[in-house]
Design a binder for this molecule. Structure first.
Ligand code: FES
Ligand code: FES
Length: 172
């Protein structure tokens, strides 16, 4: 069991603790945490999955996007206890031991990142799109990524990367 009792500096001994079970990247994790703990903080600090980034903590940037039961969710806007009983996918869950996910290949082929800060969240939003719509238009991709901000790339190559991945997935 993974135990996460105290994430916040101001935590005190009289804060109630909840036990929750979350499947993260296919692995069942049992966690004890405070009800106020954000899912993003559980992932990053509790489970050490630091591929989920925090850019704003206010639902604006999308850097913290993960999949919850296949839907793109900003994990800074969801409590960890709300994920109890659900499946969470983070960027660490995309590649296998031997192969990159087509989205990751697409980013490499089309130069979809610069600093990489926005990239995990972008990839998870893109995955949610491609799981639902394997043949998206450029406009579909732009719409799906509209909740994810990038300060570096200008978006053009990100969109190309997602379209590359869509084509690769259709050819498999
Ligand atoms: S950190 Fe969650 S939206 Fe920016
Ligand atoms: S690549 Fe730097 S923020 Fe997007």
């Amino acid at each position: 069991m993974t135990t996460v009792h105290e994430i916040h500096e101001e935590a005190t001994g009289d804060v109630p603790i909840r036990r929750i079970t979350i499947t993260v990247n296919g692995e069942r994790r049992v966690v004890e945490c405070e009800p106020r703990l954000l899912l993003a903080h559980l992932l990053r600090q509790g489970l050490r999955l630091t591929g989920t980034h925090l850019g704003c903590d206010t639902t604006n940037c999308g850097a913290c996007t993960v999949l919850v039961d296949g839907r793109a969710v900003k994990s800074c806007t969801m409590l960890a206890v709300q994920a109890d009983g659900h499946e969470v996918t983070t960027v660490e869950g995309l590649a296998t031991a031997s192969e990159l996910h087509p989205l990751q290949e697409g980013y490499r082929e089309e130069h979809g990142l610069q600093c990489g800060f926005c990239t995990p969240g972008m990839m998870l939003s893109a995955k949610a799109l491609l799981d639902e719509n394997p043949d998206p238009s450029e406009e579909d991709v732009r719409w799906a990524l509209s909740g994810n901000l990038c300060r570096c790339t200008g978006y053009q190559n990100i969109v190309k990367s997602v379209l590359w991945a869509a084509a690769k997935l259709r050819s498999e």
